[in-house]
Design a protein around this ligand. Structure first.
Ligand SMILES: Nc1ncnc2c1ncn2[C@@H]1O[C@H](COP(=O)(O)OP(=O)(O)OP(=O)(O)O)[C@@H](O)[C@H]1O
Length: 267
């Protein structure tokens, strides 16, 4: 996808030099305070190309705040955020999105009066295409891409259906397909399993895995559903009271005493 590079940005060269080769996303000492509360405290995370990385922690641990600092929704008080090695700290949200960061929210942002296909075509604008031309004369390759992504999530037959008629679970899958339309370098997902009925959860795991394997989608996700995150993530970061208390494979995290204590409120 197109990158919003600023050749005059001196920090870029430095950031590129410091970055891990495979790191699509990296935070370095990100700290965010709300008055006297340190919601995110000196947090370092790295998401490498092709990984599915989980972010977990008890309620109020700072997960959403960290996501918001990464996406530019909030400005960190300290620390830096690097996307593909480029220092994007302080950039406005739209510019970070254009530079390759996708975000899928808990609530869907679908246009209910438009068809599923038009929603997908609109989402492609985040990848740099013009909105008006997309809707009037959609590019055949984009249409084919939309159909392909709908088939990934087993909703291929619903392209011409009004999106508002779909169930919440189906709308979430459409939103996932929409995010993939923009071909983000990394996709942040906020509780993808939230509100999804248990029978659909296994499917969601399969769709995210397929996107990861076939589309090489790199994913960073917040999730409260432990079974889900343990099954899907390659690596997991754990936050508690704003601090990163653990990092490891799902197996390591499940056996980490600090993590168990944090969840039981025993720090
Ligand atoms: N805009 C804000 N103003 C003041 N305090 C905030 C703000 N946003 C978050 N906080 C506080 O910062 C801390 C971290 O909140 P955050 O929402 O990031 O946690 P979380 O891990 O995402 O929690 P949850 O799992 O419950 O969504 C909490 O104590 C929260 O009350």
């Amino acid at each position: 996808m197109s990158k919003a590079t600023d050749p005059t940005d001196a920090a870029e060269t430095e950031a590129t030099a410091r970055s891990d080769d495979r790191a699509v996303l990296r935070t370095d000492g990100v700290t965010k305070r709300f008055g006297g509360l340190t919601a995110v405290d000196d947090v370092n995370v790295t998401v490498n190309e092709g990984e599915i990385v989980g972010l977990i922690g008890p309620n109020g641990a700072g997960k959403s705040t960290l996501f918001n600092c990464i996406t530019g929704t909030l400005q960190a008080d300290e620390g830096s955020v690097y996307l593909q090695g480029q220092d994007v700290t302080g950039w406005p949200e739209y510019k970070i999105a254009r530079a390759g960061l996708g975000r899928m929210f808990q609530e869907t942002r679908i246009f209910g009066d438009m068809t599923v296909e038009k929603n997908l075509l609109l989402a492609a604008q985040e990848g740099g295409s013009e909105v008006s031309s997309l809707l009037r004369r959609p590019d055949e390759s984009l249409q084919a891409r939309a159909q392909e992504l709908l088939e990934y999530v087993d909703l291929g037959g619903l392209a011409k259906t009004r999106a508002g008629r779909l169930s919440f679970g189906q709308q979430k899958l459409i939103e996932f397909a929409m995010e993939l339309m923009a071909e983000p370098d990394v996709l942040l997902m906020d509780e993808p399993a939230g509100g999804i009925n248990p029978s659909m959860l296994e499917n969601l795991i399969e769709y995210i895995r397929t996107a990861n394997e076939d589309e090489e989608a790199t994913i960073f996700l917040i999730e409260h559903n432990m079974d889900f995150v343990m099954e899907i993530a390659d690596r997991i970061y754990v936050l508690a009271h704003g601090e990163r208390i653990a990092e490891g494979t799902p197996e390591e995290i499940q056996n980490d005493q600090r993590v168990l204590d944090a969840y039981l409120g025993r720090e």
